[in-house]
Write a protein that binds this ligand. Structure first.
Ligand code: SF4
Length: 240
């Protein structure tokens, strides 16, 4: 039976301080590689629209659909009154256009009726309360709620999407068995305050270009020197 040797370097890699150092190094290196991204708009309702459109599709498709849609409709009232088939046609490039168009109409109606047309009233509440309220909305899951808190309410949170979730585990910043909320909590703990939004956008870009779900490009990855998964593979101590 193989005995796993716990070296000083392994201990340092997985200690809280080791993870904090690694995350800072990852952000600095990825910051040289990718551009920061600043969200869609300062309008919180349109941020919600963009986030719903982005579900299960690429950034490029989201942008095309978002621009087509918002050239026609801008306010919750306009969305509420719009013909659902017109919304469907406009957002086709983002995929799932039937589901997303119905969801956008539903959200617009709730924003008009429950928040008097201003979803900012939710975002100005204390962060935990705002998150709970956002999660109660149809089609709003953890990632969408946290994206709203980050980009529309400017809160220092780290939204976890599928790329961020995968990379956190590969970098050893979260455990293989952690669920979404555990990954989020662990990432926020090791990310310097004020850099969580930056971490979100950089890790997504990294996941799209290098740290892909299948066949990650480890040999040319700009942070392979910081990745325990690669180091472990090279040293032959563990299976990936
Ligand atoms: S070295 Fe490989 S597994 Fe590690 S972050 Fe880079 S692409 Fe991902």
């Amino acid at each position: 039976m193989a005995v796993k040797r716990v070296t000083n370097r392994t201990r340092a890699t997985y200690s809280l301080n080791g993870k904090r150092r690694r995350m800072a190094g990852v952000l600095n290196r990825l910051g040289e590689e990718f551009k920061p991204w600043h969200g869609y708009t300062d309008d919180p309702f349109l941020e919600l629209v963009g986030t719903v459109l982005s579900q299960n599709t690429s950034g490029k498709n989201t942008e095309v659909a978002y621009n087509r849609l918002t050239s026609k409709f801008n306010t919750p009232e306009q969305f509420m009154r719009a013909d659902v088939r017109e919304i469907q046609n406009l957002i086709k490039p983002a995929g799932l256009h039937r589901i997303k168009s119905r969801r956008l109409k539903q959200l617009a109606r709730i924003v008009c009726e429950r928040y008097h047309g201003d979803i900012g009233t939710v975002l100005r509440r204390p962060p935990e309360e705002a998150r709970r309220e956002l999660l109660s909305l149809p089609g709003v899951g953890y990632k969408t709620a946290d994206v709203m808190l980050l980009f529309a309410a400017r809160r220092d949170v780290l939204p976890v999407d599928t790329h961020v979730f995968r990379i956190a585990k590969r970098l050893g910043l979260a455990s293989p068995e952690d669920d979404h909320e555990e990954v989020k909590a662990k990432l926020e703990e090791v990310t310097p305050s004020g850099r969580r939004g930056e971490a979100h956008v950089l890790l997504i870009q990294h996941g799209r270009r290098y740290c892909r779900a299948r066949n990650p490009l480890c040999k040319v990855c700009p942070i392979n020197g910081l990745c325990p998964k690669v180091r472990v593979k090279i040293e032959g101590h563990a299976r990936s």
